[in-house]
Design a protein around this ligand. Structure first.
Ligand SMILES: NC(=O)c1ccc[n+]([C@@H]2O[C@H](COP(=O)([O-])OP(=O)(O)OC[C@H]3O[C@@H](n4cnc5c(N)ncnc54)[C@H](OP(=O)(O)O)[C@@H]3O)[C@@H](O)[C@H]2O)c1
Length: 314
């Protein structure tokens, strides 16, 4: 259990996940939080990372910094995604271990699981078959990060853990027109369609794929919960365990935003994987469950989109 005055380093505190972890820590009475912006500390710079740990000596670390991107960015620049993420993770986890960090939590992503993993995906399906090609480099870097935590635990008796979230959304999301994930992309498109009075919006595919979404503040609550209540080499999935079709999601976003035009589908565009759902029974057994229902979460995310124009423009 983290002591209330413990020194906690949140890496990536300006990102969607990192900022939610800082909010959650503050909410729970943890205020001794150390942060550095990307500009102040480039986590790819091994010497700078070493010097930071030497100077600050944090006791706990949440590793939520990463080079993140959608399918397009991942398939255009696999070398960059692999190098940046692999080096960043190794630098932070290695320095944490060298400087005696009591516990570290590594943030991964559900794309680490095999492309054809049985649904819903359990933690133990990791490395049982081939990965999805489009984000293989990113997934391999994430698998290396979680395996490095496991190897440190085995070889040196550390208490380093990892969490694998499903699709996230919420405050500080990325709403870039080309580089964002499906839910923030829909928020932006329907908002702009409403503002411009467009009679219809055309969405990719046929709307049939099933997906799961977790509000980022719920994920942050899980991250703090696991830091305080979980130890183990196997990762823990973070999700709701509930799925809906992209068509249903689109209808929900249009409803929250108040877009009354028509929604059309373009089946000539790819659908992606038919179903992607995490098995969340492990987190449930540990005593954790999500709180924010999707429609409420979309409402909160849309509020943030409207009031956080700088981030919305990323
Ligand atoms: N978003 C999702 O749906 C989702 C789902 C599952 C898992 N996750 C995981 O959650 C983690 C965080 O994702 P996110 O959505 O919060 O991403 P994000 O909003 O892009 O935040 C990532 C943060 O890391 C920082 N960063 C990147 N490279 C850095 C470097 N070399 N040195 C220092 N800081 C660096 C970024 O700073 P700059 O912006 O200044 O570069 C940014 O603040 C990732 O591991 C991701 O895989 C996210």
């Amino acid at each position: 259990m983290m002591e209330k005055d413990a020194k906690i380093y949140v890496a990536g505190h300006r990102g969607m996940v990192g900022s939610a972890i800082v909010r959650e820590l503050n909410r729970q009475g943890y205020h001794n939080i150390v942060t550095r912006t990307h500009k102040e500390l480039d986590l790819i710079d091994q010497r700078a990372v070493e010097a930071f740990f030497e100077e600050e000596k944090p006791e706990y670390v949440f590793l939520a910094a990463a080079k993140v991107g959608g399918i397009g960015a991942n398939s255009d620049a696999p070398a960059d995604f692999m190098y940046d993420n692999m080096v960043l993770e190794m630098n932070v986890i290695h320095s944490a271990w060298k400087h005696g960090v009591k516990k570290l939590e590594f943030l991964g992503s559900s794309c680490i699981y095999p492309r054809l993993a049985p649904q819903p995906m359990k933690e133990d399906c990791l490395l049982t078959s081939e990965l999805e090609k489009t984000n293989e480099a990113y997934a391999l870097a994430k698998i290396s990060g979680l395996k490095y935590c496991e190897y440190l635990n085995r070889q040196y008796g550390t208490d380093y853990i990892s969490v694998m979230p499903t699709n996230l959304y919420g405050p500080n999301d990325n709403y870039h027109p080309e580089h964002s994930h499906v839910l923030p992309a829909l928020i932006r498109r329907f908002h702009e369609a409403k503002e411009n009075g467009l009679p219809y919006v055309t969405c990719w595919g046929d709307g049939s794929p099933l997906r799961e979404f977790l509000y980022v503040d719920d994920l942050a609550n899980l991250c703090v919960f696991l830091m305080n209540h979980y130890s183990g080499n196997e990762t823990v999935n973070g999700g709701t365990g509930k799925e809906l079709s992209i068509k249903e999601l689109t209808g929900l976003v249009a409803k929250v935003i108040g877009y009354e035009g028509e929604i059309r589908w373009d089946p000539s565009k790819p659908n992606g994987t038919p179903r992607k759902l995490l098995d969340v029974s492990k987190a449930a057994k540990l005593g954790w469950t999500y709180r924010t229902e999707l429609e409420d979460g979309i409402r909160l995310a849309y509020e943030d989109f409207l009031h956080n124009p700088v981030r919305a423009e990323r």
